[in-house]
Design a binder for this molecule. Structure first.
Ligand code: ADP
Length: 167
């Protein structure tokens, strides 16, 4: 890449909710790219615990001290979001071999339909087992997930899950 090239990376995901693993990827990426755009996806086919706005707000609070990181919401194709945001690369995190298989397909599809490359950052070893899905499930059954998510997310998770129980 030319020395003076300004590179924006789009980090798309559900972030339902954002975890310490996601944050680790964002921190590593923020020293590699000029800008990192965390793109919170809303798929009509998915059921989320947190609304798009809530997922965005939690990220906003966490990246407030990282000037090179911003957050956006998007619906539809990741490649179109990347084009809108003028991102040259898509960024994704990898935890294990199962991720590689899925991410490989996704990266090839995005290159085929959008002509955009995907770059991968390996998770910090500590976060290899952290998934938003498990955090939601363990949290629902009263397990302690305080070490897996940032404090602001932990607080919102407690509120959300107790509101859910009250239904
Ligand atoms: P999606 O529904 O698009 O998979 P996620 O929010 O689950 O959205 O994940 C977004 C990205 O973050 C994916 O590339 C995923 O592999 C990565 N990721 C999730 N958890 C971790 C983690 N603990 N360490 C590194 N990367 C992670």
């Amino acid at each position: 890449m030319p020395e003076n090239k300004y590179v924006r990376a789009l980090f798309p995901g559900s972030f339902d909710p954002i975890t310490n693993g996601h944050l680790d990827v964002i921190r590593r990426a923020s020293v590699m790219f000029d800008e990192v755009i965390v793109a919170v996806g809303d798929s009509p086919k998915k059921e989320y615990l947190f609304t798009g706005q809530e997922r965005l707000e939690m990220i906003h609070e966490l990246v407030a001290d990282m000037p090179e990181v911003k957050e956006v919401r998007f619906v539809g194709l990741t490649v179109e979001c990347a084009q809108r945001e003028k991102a040259q690369v898509i960024l994704r995190g990898l935890r294990n071999l199962a991720d590689v298989q899925y991410e490989f397909q996704l990266a090839l599809t995005n290159r085929a339909i959008g002509g955009i490359e995907t770059v991968f950052i390996m998770t910090g070893e500590k976060y290899g087992f952290t998934t938003s899905t498990l955090i939601r499930e363990v949290g629902r059954y009263g397990g302690d997930v305080s070490g897996l998510v940032p404090p602001n997310v932990f607080e919102r998770l407690k509120e959300k899950l107790s509101a859910e129980k009250g239904l």
